[in-house]
Design a binder for this molecule. Structure first.
Ligand code: NAP
Length: 547
């Protein structure tokens, strides 16, 4: 007969724990959501697949990984004390520092005790009769909750290339979003990298410094511009700290919640020399100014876009010594800014090195397969010691799709969103009661941490309202969902980015069924979005149905 101690332990294991809220993910969203839920006096559990906090900044440890948004606009602003005690070391924080920051936040607010790591949520099913969610983990463990908070990130479902033989390579093969926790030594190694998105554009110059030979397999080039990163001195950091309130208030007034603001003049109304000088200045300044602080019409007007694209192309030609290589690096199928612009530190100069080779896999030599020794193209076999698949993510909806989420009447979220997401404000999805999404599809994003703080603030404000009125059930109102879906689709229509394949328009040919463009974010003005959410809160959330 087992002793009573063992019996009690077994019982505990079999028991299904219940919480007021379950949060999926311990990245920037999940950390802040937990903090706010505690303030509401709610019991909460965060389930996180990684072994620690950090989300994107936990997983993406590849060389060169860093913010390309100003660090001092990319931290949390909810705690003045936190803002004052944290010193950003660089204007564009490298991944290890950002991860330190998020660990510091988790420690400071004692958040880890409500987090369970190494726990991948495999399913979340709504139980209408019990008015609760049942969440199951990869271990088989289950838990129930009144509310389900998805804090799964927009770029967390990484995708490997759908290339024959992909898993046959004998050496180490890495996706940057699953990078080893100990640094990879490239010294004396022959390295192949597939992909030239923002991730590869950060990694390539760093790997090129170490590797014996780096071969870059490029499908479509991306427009990229210099980051101009620099260290932050103590005096600078003190000055930033004294201006935090002003900086965040300024961001809240800009369309994308960044420090950068578009110039309202029309590109072609500005005399050519003045235009050129303006672009030279933007190109020489740190951060996204060349994209977000450009003439407003470059993102909507073909001619304006052609003009700015010609300027950036000229820069690439100036920076890359071999004219044939420069031409390969200049995008011809889309204009500058119509895909998310990667910011780089010596990316183009990397191609001036003797140990870096650019292979154009569309026009010159398509990849046929991955072999045990490397990559076979239509022209030749390349042998490598290390392969890197910098092939991106199933953006925005991918992380949702990887969980079996079922709402009212057992409808799968994946099926409900087959023809495009249907949400109100990107925060609640039609037919999925009590499921609150941080950075859900169709929400405003821009400066991600600021979007997260805003979204969590709105959602926990609504939870407070529910507490005050003894409501335990919230759903979207169909007409509000219709209105919002139309608003989101309309806002995307004039944008050149809507006519281009990218993760932002939901196209990823490595994932079955991801060949048709969809609108996945609210591309309207962030100021308008804030006004809308404020009005909803002031109007007692009448766009939702409560019970
Ligand atoms: P990405 O921009 O989607 O780039 C993926 C790359 O892989 C593209 O060049 C793509 O080519 C290529 N590719 C995919 N499948 C392929 C295949 N089967 N064969 C050959 N090439 C293939 O992904 P990412 O670079 O990871 O960046 C995604 C997003 O993450 C960025 O846009 C950005 O928002 C974010 N990010 C941010 C930072 C930062 O804050 N600093 C850093 C990195 C990433 P095609 O273009 O032809 O599809």
């Amino acid at each position: 007969m087992p002793d009573t101690h063992v019996l009690v332990e077994r019982q505990n294991q079999d028991q299904v724990a219940h919480y007021d809220a379950i949060v999926i993910g311990a990245g920037i969203s999940g950390i802040f959501m937990l903090y706010r839920l505690r303030e509401l006096g709610m019991t909460a559990r965060v389930f996180e697949a990684g072994t620690n906090v950090g989300g994107t900044w936990y997983w993406n440890r590849y060389p060169g990984a860093r913010f390309d948004s100003e660090s001092w606009t990319y931290g949390y602003s909810f705690s003045k004390e936190l803002m004052q005690e944290w010193d950003w070391k660089e204007h564009f924080s490298p991944q290890p520092d950002t991860l330190d920051y998020l660990n510091h936040v988790a420690d400071k607010f004692d958040l880890r005790r409500d987090m369970q790591f190494g726990s991948t949520v495999t399913s979340a099913h709504w139980d209408e009769a019990a008015n609760q969610w049942t969440v199951t983990l990869d271990s088989g463990q289950q838990a129930t909750s009144r509310f389900l908070m998805t804090a799964v990130g927009i770029l967390s479902a990484h995708t490997l290339p759908a290339i024959p033989g992909r898993d046959s390579f004998h050496g180490p093969a890495y996706h940057p979003a699953r990078w080893p926790h100990t640094p990879v030594d490239f010294t004396g190694k022959r390295v192949g990298i597939i992909g030239t998105g923002a991730t590869a554009i950060q990694a390539i110059p760093e790997i090129a410094k170490q590797a014996k030979q780096l071969t870059v397999f490029q499908r479509r080039p991306n427009w990229a511009a210099p980051l101009h990163n620099a260290k932050i001195s103590k005096e600078e950091m003190d000055a930033i700290k004294s201006r935090y309130e002003e900086i965040y208030a300024h961001c809240a007034r800009t369309p994308s919640w960044f420090i950068h603001e578009a110039d309202p003049r029309k590109t072609l109304d500005v005399p050519p020399e003045e235009r050129e000088a303006f672009w030279e200045k933007r190109y020489s300044e740190p951060g996204f100014g060349i994209w977000m602080g450009n003439f407003r019409d470059i993102l909507i007007d073909e001619d304006a876009n052609t003009a700015v694209s010609a300027f950036i192309a000229k820069k690439i030609r100036q920076r890359v010594k071999d004219p044939a290589v420069a031409e390969k690096l200049i995008p011809k199928d889309h204009g500058f800014g119509s895909r998310r612009v990667p910011l780089e530190s010596g990316y183009f100069e990397a191609y001036n090195r003797d140990n870096v080779l650019l292979v154009d896999v569309i026009h010159d030599q398509p990849i046929e397969c991955i072999t045990p020794k490397g990559v076979r193209t239509a022209k030749q076999d390349y042998e490598f010691d290390i392969l890197i698949y910098a092939t991106g993510f199933d953006g925005v909806t991918g992380a949702f799709d990887r969980i079996d989420i079922r709402g009212t009447n057992g409808v799968r979220l994946k099926d409900a969103w087959m023809d495009g997401p249907r949400t109100y404000l990107g925060m609640l999805s039609e037919g999925f009661p009590n499921m609150l999404m941080v950075l859900g599809p169709h929400t405003a994003r821009g400066n991600i941490p600021q979007a997260i703080e805003h979204s969590v603030g709105f959602q926990t404000g609504m939870l407070r309202f529910m507490q005050e009125h003894n409501f335990t059930h919230v759903e979207t109102r169909p007409e509000a969902v219709d209105d919002w879906t139309q608003t989101v689709i309309k806002a995307a229509e004039p944008l050149l980015s809507s006519k281009v394949d990218s993760w932002q328009t939901g196209v990823n040919r490595n994932v079955e069924g991801r060949t048709v463009r969809r609108v996945l974010g609210y591309n309207g003005n962030g100021v308008h979005f804030r006004r809308t959410t404020d009005a909803v809160a002031k109007g007692a959330y009448k766009e939702f149905v409560f019970r």
